[in-house]
Write a protein that binds this ligand. Structure first.
Ligand SMILES: [Zn+2]
Length: 250
């Protein structure tokens, strides 16, 4: 049985042109992704390394890569849950105009959303990037080099420092990605914020843009958000159950 809010959201989704969707950590917790730094875990005391420290200090680079080496494979083995799959289905039916995600776990790609419709606003752990020449490669060959004894892998093209292709503390978001995200919200038929607490940028500003352009807004998040009053419909989820109900084929 559908509760009234779910029925309302379903009508909104089916009555609108393609939606721009923002996702946050809440959509991946059902895949166990948040467990990496759980209390008592080996890396529960990990101290974040800023981009400035990474660039300046070989010991920080070693420490950072060691952490990534230990945690990325588990993250990349995570399986998309029914919420990710629902978005994949939504994409295949042409209903998804853009997917902007704060997550770095690569689960939307695995869930079937085409890469051309995904903006990884905080980057992704599935790639490595050279901080000198910008060359992007898959992360696994780089991790294999660490297995073979390299502590700080360098770019095979130019010798620059490689780093997982995520936005580190102290590092700016990619300007083109931000513009693309903002434009997609301005042009969408409906804006949905899923599993995001909406307390960090650019998530907050995207809701403001949706509001300013008169878009219908759906917010699904376990906890309340500072933007709930702007939503045409707000629901606590869980996303794995609610999202397939509202986005599923009629
Ligand atoms: Zn390079």
């Amino acid at each position: 049985m559908l509760d009234r809010a779910i029925e309302e959201m379903r009508e909104m989704v089916h009555g609108s042109a393609a939606a721009a969707v923002l996702t946050g950590a809440g959509i991946s917790t059902e895949s166990g992704i948040s467990d990496f730094r759980s209390p008592g875990g080996v890396w529960s005391t990990y101290r974040a390394v800023t981009i400035q420290e990474f660039l300046a200090d070989q010991e920080k680079r070693k420490y950072y890569w060691r952490y990534k080496y230990e945690t990325i494979p588990g993250m990349l083995e995570g399986e998309p849950n029914s919420a990710h799959m629902a978005l994949g289905d939504f994409y295949r039916r042409g209903k998804l105009s853009m997917l902007i995600t704060q997550n770095i776990d690569g689960l939307h790609e695995k869930g079937g959303v085409g890469r051309e419709k995904i903006i990884n606003i905080h980057g992704t752990n599935s790639e490595a990037v050279c901080l000198s020449c910008g060359e992007v490669t898959g992360i696994m060959p780089v991790l294999e080099r660490i297995t073979r004894g390299e502590e700080v892998p360098l770019c095979l093209k130019c010798g620059g420092f490689l780093k997982p292709n995520t936005i580190s503390f102290g590092q700016n978001l990619v300007h083109e990605d931000l513009l693309k995200a903002e434009r997609s919200v301005q042009a969408c038929g409906l804006f949905m914020a899923l599993g995001s607490s909406l307390i960090v940028q650019p998530a907050c500003s995207l809701v403001d843009i949706a509001r300013k352009h008169g878009k219908k807004i759906i917010i699904i998040n376990r906890d309340e958000t500072p933007y709930d009053h702007m939503a045409d419909c707000r629901h606590p989820g869980p996303l794995g159950i609610v999202l397939p109900l509202i986005t599923g084929a009629a």
